[in-house]
Ligand binder design. Sequence first.
Ligand code: AMP
Length: 362
Amino acid sequence: MVSTLRPGDTIGILGGGQLGRMIAQAASRMGLKCHIYCPDENSPAFEVSAEKTIASYEDEQALKTFAQSVSVVTYEFENVPGETARILEELVPVRPGPRALKVSQDRLDEKIFLSEQAATTVAPFAKVDTQQELEAALLEFGGQGVLKTRRFGYDGKGQIMIRAIEDAEGAMEKLGNQPAILEGIIPFEKEISIIVARGLDGTVKCYDPADNYHKNHILKTSNVPAEIPADTAQQAIDMATRIAVALDYIGVMGVELFVVKNGQRTELIVNEIAPRVHNSGHWTEDACPVSQFEQHVRAISGWSLGSPTRGYNVIMENLIGDDVNTWESTLLEPNARLTLYGKGETREGRKMGHVNRLSPRS
Ligand code: AMP
């Protein structure tokens, strides 16, 4: 298997959403081609890619044909089935590798990895498989906690905030009696994230941390620079670096953190990791010499990483659902850069595009 790509080679991407689309656009700029594999025939990434396969992630024959047509496979979502990754890995390098997928797909594995192998701080947690175990864990956690399914949770789905023992009634049933974890409630001041990249040669580069604000559990804005003390920003960089190194990671990863005030001290707690380019890193497209998308392409291609230095202050705003109707007025703003994902149908909660509003760097 070839481990380093040349211009003209093809990157395979599992998933055809906006993240796949923006990876493909960055790859195209570097003279690389992309082949998108996605079951959805209306995938926004198809229209900017040289090749596409519309097939299910369980279709072994389609996966093999796909693997043989590309030099490396990457993905734009973390819930790639384990068996899909295994079939591909036999034929072509898959980057980031299987360890990153395994750890990020299961909140229990993720917490254990983050605390034991990456030496980062996480919320107190307990494995919970039954209502009885939930009630026992709640007693240990002072009657409160966030109950989360171990798998397939995102944007606040698959989780229940429990503020008092009474709220726990029927909670496991509400989550479909799936294996879960209970996390202690973190009284965070705010949420930040950091985008880290690690190359094939082990080089690590981090972008500046961003302050993240959510609306209806969906990221609404990311602001850079995050308003945090300089030593806290450095702590975020150190944590993200330790995570990438401990996973022997190749590619770009998003690390979401809670900022907690502890007397005079500001501390960071890792909430979760995403083994892919990340929504809170979209600001890098217009504010850095090398965006998170190009950085990911460089890393998985075995190329040198580029500069993540930030040239501007940025407020990145997600255009969710009808927000996209503002596109025309956004064009009139002198310092706004609009990106639309080319999705046909506007639906409530659907990410349709984003705007980066730039101002001089502080
Ligand atoms: P998640 O799906 O784990 O990213 O959680 C979605 C959101 O729920 C986070 O962005 C937080 O706002 C909130 N949340 C998750 N876990 C906790 C926790 N342990 N304590 C307090 N808030 C949390």
